[in-house]
Ligand binder design. Structure first.
Ligand SMILES: Nc1ncnc2c1ncn2[C@@H]1O[C@H](COP(=O)(O)OP(=O)(O)OP(=O)(O)O)[C@@H](O)[C@H]1O
Length: 565
């Protein structure tokens, strides 16, 4: 029996105690509903007969969260998700509703002109101006489209009169570290920034959302919540596509009404592992700009066309890192637009940076070991800096967990053959690990990558650290983790690697191998992308849009009304 069938079975036993005839009525729907929840959907669709059948299953099925299951039109929800999406919509509305207009329009207008003068900066300029007028804003864009650059300039504008309390957060530690680094670099590139502003922005350090909320075990209850809100004026959340409904709700609840929220992310990437597809819901529910706001924007940006802009969301579309000459950029853009044939042609157009081949897992592991030569040299030299630098040289990403496991095992075989590891010893020098569960006691978070290397008393796992560069953690204290020579695409989100080898599902291809998954894998690569599969699997993925089901956009649209009050 699958895990979800088992959960459905347990829930059914509980429901029998509530009302046996109604439980019998819902029994056939529970396995389907729990399988859908495990895939990140928040409801299942019903046909006419099913809807009529469930309408008679009171008190287990009702019209609101008073019942364990909710029937809404032709959809069946677990009450918990029905309520969560509605509460999240309310939090977004609460924060969006707060309006505080910039005071010094002339100054802002001048700086918007001066700082976004380069060609190809118009969409960034519009995103910055819109964000000044909205308290809750999503800036979406692919890799290198200038999300960080835009936010750095925006923060510089918001720091002009007083220095606000700002926090930078991301769903994983690695994404948080990347964000602070990128922001510091972007700040140094702004011309004519007063030193006090530059210093204020340079000292910002990213942290995980869990850490920001001070979630503490065993129940992971947050120190900051609706009754004890975070003392913040501005919150920037990077890699927001990875936020699930529950975590985003916890985060927003903990923010005061006046806190400006700026979400950064790429709506084309995979949505969160758990339920939710928050970025696409925000994009879909975003309404046209009301006339008074168009007039305000015209004051800030007299010379640009504003009609295409929407409330609370902005899209950056020009990649300044992967332009028209970049194979990775062209491939990613063709995949996202579902142009399967054109996407496959990019492998011929850009043979230096894109390739495809089909080999078995053992062969890929062998090639990977060769490609890791510089990494193993750094390990032999006990050189942490170089080991971490080369750790990101080449990574194999797989679509499915089973393949990632099989490849990690095949790679271990290579290490046994080369006497770098021994089958009887669980730990070895050079072992790459990824943390899979947040652990405040060691301050290690889901997605953190460490390397096993010697410490004073034997081997330890070393992790990057903002204060000391690297810090050792005793192997016995490590929270849940896995080997990280190969990762699933989900686990690689928020990180980038020089070269990505992507392995499509080797067993069974289903809708999980979608356009979003392929796009996310491609955009993890900085220099080279290798597809380890055939044309038909590649094109099938291009033609499979992500169909995550969520009602959030509907609740947002309903609740929104006119924000311009
Ligand atoms: N308008 C622009 N003109 C020229 N270069 C730009 C422009 N905007 C950004 N860049 C450059 O493009 C690169 C990527 O910018 P940035 O880091 O802001 O993008 P991003 O969307 O945050 O990227 P990531 O995918 O890493 O999150 C940087 O080197 C930046 O200096």
């Amino acid at each position: 029996m699958s895990d979800t069938a088992h959960i459905a079975d347990n829930v059914l036993s509980l429901l029998h105690h509530v009302h046996a005839p109604a439980a019998d009525c819902v029994a056939p729907f529970l396995p389907r509903l729990f399988a859908a929840l495990a895939d990140g959907h928040t409801f299942i669709y019903l046909n006419k007969e099913e809807t009529a059948q469930l309408a008679r299953a009171q008190p287990i099925v009702g019209a609101d969260a008073q019942s364990p299951l909710v029937l809404y039109r032709n959809r069946l929800f677990l009450a918990k998700f029905w309520q969560l999406e509605q509460h999240l919509a309310r939090e977004i509305h609460r924060l969006s509703h707060y309006r505080r207009l910039p005071e010094r329009w002339d100054f802002i207008q001048q700086q918007l002109q001066a700082w976004f003068a380069d060609s190809g900066s118009q969409d960034q300029q519009a995103a910055a101006a819109l964000t000044l007028l909205h308290n809750f804003m999503l800036i979406s864009g692919g890799p290198g489209t200038g999300k960080t650059t835009t936010v750095a300039k925006l923060l510089a504008l918001l720091c002009h009169d007083t220095l606000p309390r700002i926090a930078l957060a991301a769903p994983t530690g690695k994404a948080a570290a990347r964000m602070s680094e990128a922001l510091k670099n972007a700040v140094t590139r702004i011309d004519g920034l007063p030193e006090s502003t530059a210093a204020h922005l340079r000292q910002l350090n990213g942290q995980t959302v869990h850490r920001l909320l001070a979630l503490t075990p065993p129940q992971m209850l947050p120190e900051y919540d609706a009754d004890n809100r975070l003392p913040l004026d501005i919150l920037i959340v990077d890699e927001a596509s990875m936020l699930d409904l529950y975590l985003l709700h916890q985060l927003l609840q903990a923010l005061p009404n006046s806190c400006r929220v700026i979400l950064l992310g790429d709506e084309n990437q995979l949505p969160s592992v758990s339920a939710g597809a928050v970025l696409s819901a925000l994009m879909q529910s975003s309404a046209a700009l009301p006339e008074p706001m168009v007039r305000e924007l015209q004051q800030l940006l007299p010379s640009i066309q504003l009609r295409h802009l929407r409330q609370g969301t902005a899209k950056l579309t020009i990649s300044h890192r992967f332009g028209a000459e970049s194979g990775i950029g062209c491939l990613a853009r063709a995949v996202v637009s579902g142009e399967a044939e054109q996407a496959w042609q990019q492998f011929t157009q850009f043979p230096q940076t894109l390739s495809h081949h089909q080999h078995d897992i053992a062969h890929i592991a062998q090639q990977l070991y060769r490609a890791h030569q510089a990494y193993w040299q750094a390990i032999d030299d006990n050189h942490l800096d170089r080991a971490f630098a080369h750790q990101a040289d080449v990574l194999v990403l797989s679509a499915q967990r089973a393949d990632a496991h099989a490849l990690n095992q095949a790679y271990l075989q290579q290490l046994h053959q080369h006497r770098r590891a021994h089958p009887d010893q669980p730990w070895f020098k050079g072992q790459m690990l990824i943390i899979t569960r947040n652990d405040p006691s060691t301050q290690l978070y889901n997605g953190d990558v460490g390397i096993v290397l010697p410490h004073e008393y034997g081997l330890a796992a070393w992790f990057p650290d903002t204060a000391y560069r690297f810090r050792p953690i005793a192997l016995s204290r490590l929270p849940e983790h896995e080997n990280a020579f190969t990762l699933t695409v989900h686990k690689s989100q928020g990180s980038e690697y020089r070269e990505i080898w992507f392995l499509p599902p080797t067993q069974r291809q289903d809708d999980d191998f979608s356009r979003a998954l392929l796009y996310t894998a491609i955009t993890r690569a900085k220099e080279k992308f290798v597809y380890c599969g055939n044309k038909s699997s590649f094109q099938k993925a291009c033609n499979t849009p992500d169909k995550r089901r969520s009602a959030l956009n509907e609740w947002l649209t309903q609740i929104q009304g006119d924000l311009f009050v």
